[in-house]
Design a protein around this ligand. Structure first.
Ligand code: FNR
Length: 183
C-alpha cells in the first residue's frame, strides 16, 4: 500500500552522512511509498510567547506536513551523546496544543556517526522524547550506523550493501507497523 513518510533530519551539514542516509532511505522505500523531508533548520527557537501569539507560519507549515504524513522517519547524528538541539526544537514545536502533530504517529529512528556506535545514545534519548510526544516507534531493526566514512562514497552515497539492506528492512517494517496500527 502506498504510504507517505515525512523525514526529520538532524544535520545541517553539507556532506552530512545522515543526509546521505536519508537520501538512501528515499531510494529504498517499499513500492509506491514516498518520503518528503520537512525543513526544520530554519524554525525559530521555541518560545511560549510566540506560540501563544499563534506560532509563526513556518511552524504551521511544518506541523501540517507532519499531520498529513502516515509515519515519521527521523535520521540524526549524535551530538554530545544526545539529540541535536534544532531537532529537539522542531519536536517541541510539533508537540504543542491545540494541534499536536506527532501524537500517535508511527515512527522509525536511524543514526549514523563516524565513531563506532552509530549514534545509539542519541537514539535512546530520542526514544525517551518520543514517549513524551506519543510517537509510536518501531523497536526493531535498530539502525545504528557506525564508521560512516567507510560506508558512504565521496559523493555521500550509501554504498555498503549490508547497510542498504538494513535500511530497506527498516522501512519495510515501518510500513507494516503503520498498517498494523490502523487496525
Ligand atoms: C559530534 N560527534 C559525535 N559522535 C558521536 O558518536 N557521539 C557524540 O557524542 C558526538 N558528539 C558530537 C558533538 C558535536 C557538536 C559534533 C559536531 C559532532 C561526531 C558526529 O557523529 C560526526 O561529526 C557525524 O559525522 C555528524 O553527522 P553528519 O553531520 O555527518 O550527519
Amino acid at each position: 500500500m502506498a504510504l507517505a513518510f515525512v523525514g526529520l533530519l538532524g544535520s545541517l551539514r553539507k556532506g552530512s552522512y545522515n543526509a546521505g542516509l536519508m537520501r538512501a532511505a528515499g531510494e529504498l522505500l517499499p513500492p509506491e511509498s514516498a518520503l518528503s523531508l520537512a525543513p526544520i533548520g530554519d524554525l525559530p527557537h521555541y518560545d511560549a510567547d510566540l506560540d501563544a501569539a499563534g506560532a509563526p507560519e513556518p511552524v504551521h507549515r511544518f506541523k501540517a506536513q507532519l499531520r498529513a504524513a502516515d509515519a515519521i522517519v527521523i535520521v540524526s547524528p549524535e551530538y554530545n551523546y544526545s539529540v541535536p538541539g534544532f531537532l529537539k526544537n522542531a519536536i517541541d514545536w510539533a508537540s504543542r496544543k491545540p494541534d499536536p502533530a506527532l501524537d500517535g504517529k508511527p515512527g522509525l529512528i536511524m543514526g549514523a556517526s563516524t565513531g563506532a556506535f552509530g549514534a545509539i545514545r542519541m537514539q535512546h534519548h530520542l526514544r525517551q522524547i518520543c514517549v513524551a510526544v506519543n510517537v509510536r516507534l518501531l523497536t526493531r531493526p535498530e539502525i545504528a550506523i557506525g564508521r560512516a566514512q567507510e560506508r558512504f562514497d565521496a559523493e555521500g552515497r550509501l554504498v555498503d550493501e549490508s547497510t542498504r539492506e538494513l535500511v530497506r528492512s527498516g522501512l519495510a517494517a515501518l510500513s507494516a507497523w503503520t498498517l498494523q496500527l490502523r487496525k
